[in-house]
Design a protein around this ligand. Structure first.
Ligand code: SF4
Ligand code: SF4
Length: 99
């Protein structure tokens, strides 16, 4: 089946053609205190890589290693300063390969 922007590709198939060169430090950080007070937590549902997870104390756990660098979390977050967003340094980060 074709969508408006091309054929649909399963998440697993897309991930199989994606490579991550993990940097030693996170290129995105979140402010724990701000996130604990966040009522919408849009990042959890918006991140296409599922890198934001809800925690029992109301906070959010974030892991950067398999980030697509799409910027969605930064756009949807409505708490100023909660997310610090940069590209990974020194050639690290995501690489999309043709299958
Ligand atoms: S990153 Fe932004 S949207 Fe996500 S929990 Fe923190 S404040 Fe809320
Ligand atoms: S940049 Fe995209 S993939 Fe990376 S954490 Fe934000 S929403 Fe998720």
């Amino acid at each position: 089946m074709r969508g408006e922007s091309g054929p649909e590709v399963a998440f697993e198939d897309r991930m199989a053609t994606t490579e991550f060169r993990v940097a030693p430090g996170a290129h995105i950080t979140i402010d724990g205190d701000t996130c604990r007070g966040c009522t919408t937590r849009e990042c959890i549902t918006a991140c296409p890589a599922n890198l934001f997870a809800p925690m029992a104390d109301g906070g959010v756990l974030f892991s950067y290693e398999q980030c697509f660098e799409c910027g969605t979390c930064y756009l949807v977050c409505n708490e100023k300063g909660a997310i610090t967003w940069n590209y990974p340094v020194g050639g690290a980060g995501v690489a999309y390969r043709r299958s």
